[in-house]
Design a protein around this ligand. Sequence first.
Ligand code: COA
Length: 532
Amino acid sequence: MTVLATALDTASAEYAAHREALLGKIDALDAEHAKALAGGGEKYVERHRGRGKLLARERVELLLDEDTPFLELSPLAAWGSEYAVGASLITGIGTVSGVECLITANDPTVRGGASNPWTLKKAQRANEIAFANRLPCISLVESGGADLPSQKEIFIPGGALFRDLTRLSAAGIPTVAVVFGNSTAGGAYIPGMSDHVIMVKERSKVFLGGPPLVKMATGEESDDESLGGAEMHARVSGLADHLAEDEPEALLRARRVVARLNWRKAHADPAPAEEPKYDPEELLGIVPEDLKTPFDPHEVIARIVDGSDFDAFKPLYGPSLVTGWARLHGYPVGILANAQGVLFSEESQKAAQFIQLANQRDIPLLFLHNTTGYMVGKEYEQGGIIKHGAMMINAVSNSRVPHLSVLMGASYGAGHYGMCGRAYEPRFLFAWPSAKSAVMGPQQLAGVLSIVARQSAAAKGRPYDDEADAGLRAMVEQQIEAESLPMFLSGRLYDDGVIDPRDTRTVLGLCLSAVHTAPVEGARGGFGVFRM
Ligand code: COA
C-alpha cells in the first residue's frame, strides 16, 4: 500500500531531454574528476614511480579491504582556483580490516604534496567527519608541508590539524599515521600526534628541521637518516611504532593495527535491504534542465529507498514539502523533499514538527533540495512567513539526529538553510550535477541590483542609462549563474562532492553506515524558542 507508484514516462520527449542534458553535465563532471585522478600529471607521476613509490591512490587501494568501496570526498576541492583540482590530498571513507575509517592521503605528485589553502580546508573537513561520526583516522603521509607561497593563508589556521588529531585521540577515536616520505616541520606533528605510527625504511623523513636548517640554526652537520629516518625513529627516538621494509608492508602493518583496535560501531549493520522497485537509471530523466519547471520528488524517493516504500507524513498539509518515513539500505530515514520549489508557512511548520518527531524516535533525516526559498509578498509576510521559516530553521539547527543533504535542483536563499544547507552542518552534503545554489536565482539577483541602481540614480537626480543597465544585468546574471554551479561550489568545499544521481542510493547507504558508527540520538527538547 505504501509502495510508491510512478508517473514517469520514460518514453516521453521530456524524459529524453532531461536525460540528455544531465548526461552532458555528468560528462563534464567526469572530465573534472579525471583531473583529480591525474594528480600532478604525467611528468611527476613518472618521476614518483621511478623512485619505486606507490601513487597516493594505490596506497589507499592497498590499505582497503579487497572489493570494498571507497567513498571519496571533495574530489573537486580547489576547482576554479589557481591550485590543482583535488587540492593535493585524497580524503574518503573506506573499510580497513572490517572497520570503516576516514582515510587521508597526500598526493606527492602535486607540488611535492604541499598543502595549499584548499588542502587545509579539505583536511579540516575530513577531521570534522571523523569527529562527528567517530571514524578512526588513517593518514597516509608524504608532503612538502605548507605550500610556501600561500603560507600566510595556512600557517596560522593550519595548527588546527594537529589539534584535531589529539582531540580525536582524547575522544577515544583512534588515529594512525603511515609515513611514506617527507613529513617535516609542522608535518612532523602528524605522526607526533597520532596514536599509532608506521614508517618505511629509508623512505620516511620526519624531522622538525632538515639538514640545511639545522646547519643554519646550530652549525651542526647532519643527514636525513640520522635526523629523521625510519630506522632512527624506530630504534632511537621512539616516534615510530613499526618499521616497515617497504610501502606494501607499511600498509599491511596499518591494516594489522586497525584489526587490533577492538573497534565497535555503536549500531550493528542492518539486515540486507530490498532494492527500489524502479531502475535508478531513471533518475537521469526527472530533473528538468530549466529548474523553474517543478518535478515530483516522489519519483526520486521511489528510486532511492528500500522497496520504494514510503509512508508520507501530512501529505495533504503543506504539500509543497514532501515529508515521510522510509528505509535506505536498511537504515530508517525521515525524508524532507521540496515539491513545488517554494516553502510556505504550512510547509515550514510541517517541517519543524517532522524534525521533532525524527528526534523523538532517533531517526536520521535526509533533505532532498529543490527550493527557491521561502515565499515572499505581502500576504505571506502578514501570514508570518518569517516566524514560520524561523521555526523550521530552529528545528534544523537544534536537531541532533544525523542529517544528510542532497542538492538535486535549486537550493536558493534561506530555503538552503531550512533544508539543512552546509552551514547547518549536515553530516554529509552532496550535489547532483543539475543543482544550483545561491542567495537567489541569477535573473532575480540581476533584477534586484538593477532596481536598486535605478532607485539610487533617481534619488541623486541622475538619469539612468538603460543600455548600460541591460549589459550589466546580463553580466551579473552570467557571473551568478557560474557561481551557482556545483563544480564551483564543490571547489570551495561547500559540499562533500558532486555525484552521479544514479549513485545516490549507494552514496547515502555508505554515509548512513558511517553515521551509525557513532550513537544516533535525537534531541529530547533543547530546541530554541519556537516563535508561534
Ligand atoms: N611549497 C610550494 N611548492 C613546493 C613545496 C612547498 N612546500 N614543496 C615542493 N614544491 C614544489 C617544487 O617547487 C616543485 O615545483 P616545480 O616542479 O614546478 O619546480 C614541485 O613542488 C616538486 O618538488 P620537488 O622538490 O621537485 O619534489 P621532490 O619529490 O624531489 O621533493 C620535497 C619533495 C617536499 C621533499 C621538497 O620539494 C621539499 O623539501 N620542499 C620544501 C619542504 C619544506 O621546507 N616545506 C615547508 C615545511 S612547513
